[in-house]
Design a protein around this ligand. Sequence first.
Ligand code: BGC
Length: 260
Amino acid sequence: MDLKLTGKRVLVTGGNSGLGAAMVRAFAAEHARVAINYVVHPEQTAQLAGQLRAGGGEVLELAADVTQANDVAAMFRKIDGAWGGLDVLVNNAGIDGTRAMAWEADTAAWNRVLQINLVGAFLCAREALKRMVPQRSGVIINTSSVHELIAWSGYSAYAASKAGVSMMSKTLAQEAGPYGVRVLCIAPGAIRTPINATVWQDAAGQQDLISKIAIGRVGEPEDVAGMAVVLASDVAAYVTGSSVLVDGGMTDYPAFSHGG
Ligand code: BGC
């Protein structure tokens, strides 16, 4: 199926590793123009961009800290300069933070998770909407998580940020819908990326993780990236305001396949 993403102008935040890099590759494979935002590891960004350019891709490498409104505005101005606007924003940049029970949690660390995952997504969405609303088209895909629904002990900031991203998306979808702009979430489960490497690289950790997934395997970044390109395309023209779970059935509570 031709998703008709050829030439579309796409920005992926945190696009140089994990889910972000997989999404960058997937959009480039659909012949979209892709801006890779990053804050650390410029060499990793350059390597990815180089590979895509070698395959004929049009790629921008944009360093910007999504928590800083000025950085974000400058990044969007660079995209304007290169491409005259944006068609798809993927808010992917995120961290899970350090595991800590609330009574042990550090204020700065807790805030940092909210700043990157929620405020950062808002700042980028705001700049994107400033462009998409007047052009009366565009798609914003926010990366939430199964933890917009499932509580996660030791990760109160992360779970709160993802629930926040979900409701922020619904609200922005309501605001932008009349202007032909869709806003939605992709909600991954346990995907094999650097964010959870300490779990899936450990045999017992991996087994425990798999016991929480109906399909019985840890997800691959491509599982999420494939869904992202579909959601960005007109195939999903009637999808907005919702969270699309890509979780192998983690939210199907496989623990209930026995007992209960
Ligand atoms: C987290 C992963 C975790 C998964 C399932 C994701 O949102 O980033 O670290 O494995 O949720 O708990």
